[in-house]
Design a protein around this ligand. Structure first.
Ligand code: HEM
Length: 253
C-alpha cells in the first residue's frame, strides 16, 4: 500500500468547478481495482489549498496499472484543467507511527479492562473442564492458560501489549495450536461456550460490541483450525492482530 498526495492551489473563483471536476474524476477511482480509497480535503485556514490523498495498492499498480488501464482517460479528462495548479504530487510510504486517538474507547476499555477479560476466561476454562466436547482437548492445559488467553484477547482488543511482551506474541500463540487437530465440532462449542460465558460474566451486551466479539471469535477459531490441522502454514512473524469497532462505534444515544 502506498499513499499519493497531490496538493493544489486553486483560485477562489474556481473552487466550485474544481470540486465538481473531482467528483466526476472520483467515479474512475471508485471503479479502479488499483485504488484502495481517496479523499479530497480543503484547507480550513487557506481555502485555496486542497490536498487529494489516494491510497493505491502499490506504486507500480498506480503507474502501470491505473495510468495504463481503462479508467485513466475519464479521470484525466475531468482534472486536466487543474494540472498546472499542482504544487506537489508524490507517493509516501506509511511509517510505523500509526494509531487511533482517544475519541472512541477501545474495545478493551468498553469491555471493562483487564478484570473483565480475566473473569471471562477464568470462568470459561472452568466450564471447559466440565464440557464433554472440550475437556479432552484441554486435558493437559498449562496452569496459566486462562490468564494468557485473557492477555491475548485484551491486547487484540486494544489493551496493553502483555501477550506480545510477556508471552511470545503471535508466533507463540499459533504454535500452541500445532498438531491439535481441532475440528468444526470443537470449534463451534468453543465459540458457543465463550459467548454464553460472556453473557454470564456480564460483558457489555450492546450489539456493536457483541458483533465485533463474534466476528473476532469466528476469525480466530478458523485460524486455530488451520494451525492445528495437517498442513499448517508457516508460523506468523507478523505483529498480533488488532481489532477495532469498524463501521459501528459504540452507540451513546
Ligand atoms: C479466537 C479463538 C482462539 C483464541 C484467541 C485462542 C487463544 C489461545 C492462546 C493465546 C493460546 C496460548 C496460551 C499461552 O500462551 O499459554 C492458546 C492455546 C491453546 N488453544 Fe487456543 N485459541 C482460540 C481457539 C481455540 C480453539 C477453538 C481450540 C480448541 C477447541 C483451542 C485450543 C487450544 C489449546 C488446546 C491450546 C494449548 C493449551 C495449553 O497447553 O496451555 N484454541 N489458545
Amino acid at each position: 500500500m502506498i499513499v499519493e498526495y497531490i496538493r493544489y492551489t486553486i483560485a477562489e473563483a474556481e473552487t466550485g468547478e474544481f470540486e465538481a471536476a473531482y467528483a466526476r474524476a472520483a467515479e474512475s477511482l471508485t471503479a479502479a481495482p488499483e485504488c484502495v480509497d481517496y479523499e479530497l480535503s480543503r484547507c480550513a485556514e487557506e481555502p485555496s489549498a486542497y490536498i487529494l490523498r489516494i491510497r493505491w495498492t502499490s506504486t507500480d499498480e498506480h503507474l502501470n496499472g491505473f495510468r495504463k488501464g481503462p479508467h485513466f482517460a475519464a479521470f484525466f479528462a475531468a482534472i486536466r484543467p487543474y494540472v498546472a495548479a499542482i504544487e506537489e504530487m508524490r507517493h509516501y510510504a506509511v511509517t510505523e507511527v500509526v494509531g487511533r486517538g482517544g475519541s472512541t474507547p477501545t474495545l478493551y476499555e468498553w469491555a471493562g479492562g483487564a478484570p473483565a477479560f480475566e473473569k471471562l476466561f477464568t470462568t470459561f476454562y472452568e466450564r471447559v473442564a466440565k464440557d464433554e466436547i472440550l475437556a479432552p482437548v484441554f486435558a493437559g492445559m498449562d496452569a496459566h492458560h486462562a490468564e494468557h488467553v485473557a492477555w491475548w484477547l485484551a491486547e487484540v482488543f486494544g489493551g496493553p501489549a502483555r501477550y506480545s511482551t510477556e508471552s511470545g506474541g503471535h508466533r507463540h500463540m499459533a504454535s500452541k495450536h500445532l498438531g491439535r487437530g481441532i475440528g468444526e465440532t470443537q470449534r463451534r462449542r468453543w465459540v458457543a461456550l465463550l459467548l454464553e460465558t460472556a453473557d454470564d460474566v456480564e460483558l457489555p451486551a450492546d450489539p456493536e460490541f457483541r458483533a465485533v466479539l463474534a466476528y473476532y471469535l469466528e476469525w480466530g477459531t478458523r485460524m486455530a483450525i488451520i494451525y492445528s490441522g495437517p498442513n499448517p502454514p508457516p508460523l506468523p512473524e507478523t505483529p498480533m492482530p488488532r481489532w477495532d469497532w469498524g463501521l459501528t462505534p459504540p452507540y451513546r444515544g
